[in-house]
Design a protein around this ligand. Structure first.
Ligand code: NAD
Ligand code: GLY
Length: 386
């Protein structure tokens, strides 16, 4: 099966990078890495976690070695809780012990946690070393591996410490999704729905069509089938092309931009998502699952402000429902969630910046929403979903 390729060129940067998408690509990861890094690169540290490394580490390591790289590993413990400074410091120690120079590279093999941490450590080691992404979750394929946001969580909040550090290439082996737990697939599908909702009907419909193929059974064996891999590859490529277009126009998420092409629109659904994650101590929801609810909250709020029609709201409920089962909202206290909005990154400037919709594919950023409609939209979602 042929592969898809999307190129990202950041304005003002001399080089662009390529994202390759298709099943089975990890087998050729060494040749690909050599092409991305050039002849001068000698050493690579693969950052991964034990779950992913057990599945794909040997294949990647031997392919990199066959391409002439000296390879070492740094495995972080599995889980969001390990995306922190302490782990980043341990990564730096391993890079230093491996004597990585600025012509060498760090490879992130795993989901968004591994990618964000490896990218951040790569951004600060020697003031920035080349890094490559090999994402293995749906969320990391369509979102976190693309666009250069890297970071760690800290006592100040989630993802508040980080750096923009673009990878030099992203290799997406879509076959790795066959081993991904079902809940993680659902979480990634919610992020895909988010990007569909802000991009427009074609991407939202393409996402919905894949959900139809995935069906109610959501059988992971289906993911390996060629008949599923082709539309999966094409959807991932289309999702990335959309994200690439936004990132290219506003790499650093300019704080003054509030237009419909600002990078901030990628935070659609994230105001509620971050609040839900916070009130449940980051233990109850997968990030993408919380985004699923966040999409519906933003849709309800948009409708209550006469921006979005009922038909579009219902369409979003339908696709989120079809993405899979989300953790129940029964024990969530709306007042607690409302208080947690204040911890949102977008609140740092003093007012809550909400990404809303005035139609599918028509995001708007609003800073003038009063508490009453926010509380009402939240209650409506809790009532309707129950
Ligand atoms: P994750 O990295 O925690 O991976 C989810 C789980 O799946 C983990 O247990 C992992 O070990 C396992 N896993 C990964 N690939 C697998 C595979 N192929 N087979 C079997 N198991 C596999 O979670 P995620 O959803 O990928 O990423 C979430 C993180 O991404 C969060 O920290 C979030 O803040 C970050 N994020 C960053 C950006 C960005 O732009 N940088 C965007 C969105 C999210
Ligand atoms: N995931 C949001 C962004 O990359 O900007």
């Amino acid at each position: 099966m042929s592969t898809r390729s999307v190129k990202i060129g950041i304005s003002g940067r001399p080089s662009e990078y390529e994202i390759k998408i298709g099943p089975g690509l990890l087998g050729g990861s060494g040749t690909w890495a050599r092409k991305c890094l050039g002849k001068g690169a000698a050493k690579i540290v693969v950052v991964s976690n034990p779950t992913v490394f057990k599945l794909y580490g040997e294949q990647v390591t031997s392919s990199l070695q066959a391409a002439g790289f000296a390879v070492s590993q740094f495995l972080i413990k599995d889980g969001e809780v390990h995306k922190n400074f302490r782990t980043a410091e341990s990564a730096l120690k391993v890079f230093s012990e491996a004597k990585l120079s600025r012509t060498d590279a760090v490879v992130a093999l795993g989901g968004g946690v591994v990618g964000d941490l490896a990218g951040f450590a790569g951004a600060i080691y020697l003031r920035g070393i080349t890094f490559l992404q090999m994402p293995t979750t749906l969320l990391s394929m369509i979102d976190s591996s693309v666009g250069g946001k890297t970071g760690v969580n800290s006592a100040f909040g989630k993802n508040l410490i980080g750096s923009f550090h673009q990878p030099s290439g992203v290799l997406i082996d879509t076959a790795t999704l066959a081993t991904l737990p079902k809940r993680e697939v659902t979480a990634g599908l919610c992020e895909a729905i988010k990007q569909g909702a802000i991009s427009g009907k074609p991407l939202l419909d393409q996402t919905g069509d894949l959900l139809t193929l995935y069906g109610n059974e959501k059988d992971s064996a289906l993911i390996s089938n060629l008949g599923f891999q082709i539309p999966l590859r094409d959807l991932i490529a289309a999702q990335i092309a959309f994200k690439a277009q936004i990132v290219t126009g506003d790499e650093r998420e300019s704080s003054t931009r509030l237009d419909g092409k600002s990078r901030k629109i990628l935070n659609f659904g994230h105001t509620l998502a971050h609040a839900l994650e916070k009130v449940t101590d980051y233990k109850y929801f997968k990030h993408g699952e919380a985004v699923g609810y966040g999409i519906l909250f933003a849709a309800e709020l948009s409708k209550s402000l006469a921006l979005l029609d009922e038909k579009s709201v219902n369409l979003l409920y339908d696709v989120v429902h079809r993405a899979g089962t989300l953790p129940a909202l029964g024990n969530i206290d709306p007042q607690e969630v409302f208080e947690a909005f204040k911890f949102d990154k977008k609140y740092l400037s003093g007012s809550l910046q909400m990404v809303l919709l005035k139609g599918i594919g028509k995001p708007v950023i609003r800073t003038d929403i009063s508490p009453a409609p926010i509380k009402a939209a939240l209650k409506k979602l809790l009532r309707k979903w129950a």
